[in-house]
Design a protein around this ligand. Structure first.
Ligand SMILES: *Cc1c(COP(=O)(O)O)cnc(C)c1O
Length: 365
């Protein structure tokens, strides 16, 4: 048994706090819902957002926009990834999705999709100011103008860019922001008065108040899971519930788990819990360090981990229990030597919902 518990009150408080902060700053909130709504369940999370003051939803994939519409959500939806498939674009136009344009090809596909149905489509232009992913290169304004001037069935309403280092060195974000502003000004001078300009994600929203512009695209902040200081005091959302499926006592000196990383130091009562990598539990981002200063940072944090108790804990009958050995594909082992527990007792595990397999049931509590 396992399900992902989502603490509705805590999540609602986060939403309200974010909406209010944006309101005071004079910008609107676009709630980002990629990855099954950051693991909170696409439609359930969308409804909660809409009930608590969010007006615009943003997604990364067409299938997400479609699922929202199929579930009766007829609010504004922006698809932030430019489209490359004419069938998807055709359906997106029909469903009234606001679509991004980030290249000549995506512009042509979107325009064609609208033209063939004798409809108009609303769009936001995506500019690459330094991320190196989607978008027209920001200083290519002449080329962008040329592409946009050929679009017969597209209404251009917004322009946006995405920050690559909003959680890191502020100067990287500043540079992107300045480039964005100057590119937008050039485009506006050529006759595109954008109603909605946006560049901030969650971290930038919390850190860079001067960059809010007309809208902020917020995702991970709703879950209170950010790689920066939690200045809004947001609650951490996400708790996996499972149960104990076996209990036994191991003698001192017995191995636990793959690669023999743990040996019992005393007679130890253990609980086997049917949760593992397969479910997304215990998945850690790999250290993709290339630069020397990053490597030093990782060495430092690894060294720190040696001196601190870096273990993972789960909660059983209101007691914290340490996990022993490695997380394996289907199971984890908890030390319950000092806990009253039986097979079938509930186990609670702190987790990031976005990592939890979307096949696992979500329950709002
Ligand atoms: C994911 C994403 C966001 C939101 O990012 P968070 O850091 O989770 O707030 C904003 N804009 C774009 C284009 C994204 O892909």
């Amino acid at each position: 048994m396992k399900k992902l518990l989502i603490q509705k009150n805590l999540l609602t408080n986060n939403i309200k706090k974010i909406v209010e902060t944006a309101r005071l700053s004079g910008c609107e909130v676009m709630a980002m819902l990629k990855g099954n709504g950051y693991g909170l369940g696409l439609c359930q999370f969308a409804r909660l957002l809409l009930q608590n003051g969010v007006k615009t939803l943003a997604v990364s994939e067409f299938c997400e926009a479609k699922e929202l519409r199929e579930n009766g959500i007829d609010n504004e939806i922006i698809l932030l990834s430019p489209m490359c498939d004419l069938n998807d674009a055709t359906e997106a136009v029909r469903l009234g999705i606001v679509c991004a344009i980030g290249s000549e090809e995506s512009a042509i596909i979107l325009n064609l999709a609208a033209e063939q149905q004798n409809m108009r489509v609303r769009s936001h232009i995506c500019l690459d100011t330094g991320f190196g992913r989607f978008g027209f290169l920001a200083d290519d304004t002449k080329y962008i103008n040329d592409v946009l001037s050929r679009l017969t069935n597209v209404d251009i309403e917004g322009v946006f860019s995405h920050l690559s280092d909003s959680f890191g060195d502020e100067t990287n974000s500043q540079k992107q922001y300045e480039l964005f502003k100057s590119a937008v000004k050039n485009l506006e001078d050529n006759g595109y008065p954008f109603k909605l300009k946006h560049i901030c994600n969650s971290c930038a929203f919390l850190r860079f108040c001067d960059m809010h512009m007309d809208a902020v695209r917020v995702g991970s902040a709703f879950l209170g899971r950010l790689p920066i200081k939690n200045t809004l005091d947001l609650n951490r959302i996400g708790l996996l519930e499972s149960c104990i499926c076996e209990i036994k006592t191991l003698p001192k000196g017995h191995n636990i788990g793959y690669a023999n990383t743990y040996t019992t130091k005393r007679e130890t009562k253990i609980a086997v819990i049917p949760v593992g990598y397969k479910d997304g539990f215990g998945v850690v981002k790999t250290n993709d360090a290339f630069r020397f200063k990053d490597i030093l940072r990782y060495i430092y944090s690894d060294a720190r981990a040696l001196f601190r108790d870096n273990s993972i804990y789960v909660t059983i009958n209101n007691k914290k229990c340490r996990l022993l050995g490695r997380v394996s594909m289907f199971n984890i082992i908890a030390d319950i030597t000092d806990v009253e527990a039986q097979v079938g007792d509930a186990v609670y595990l702190e987790c990031n919902p976005i990592l939890i397999d979307s096949a696992i049931e979500r329950e709002y509590i």
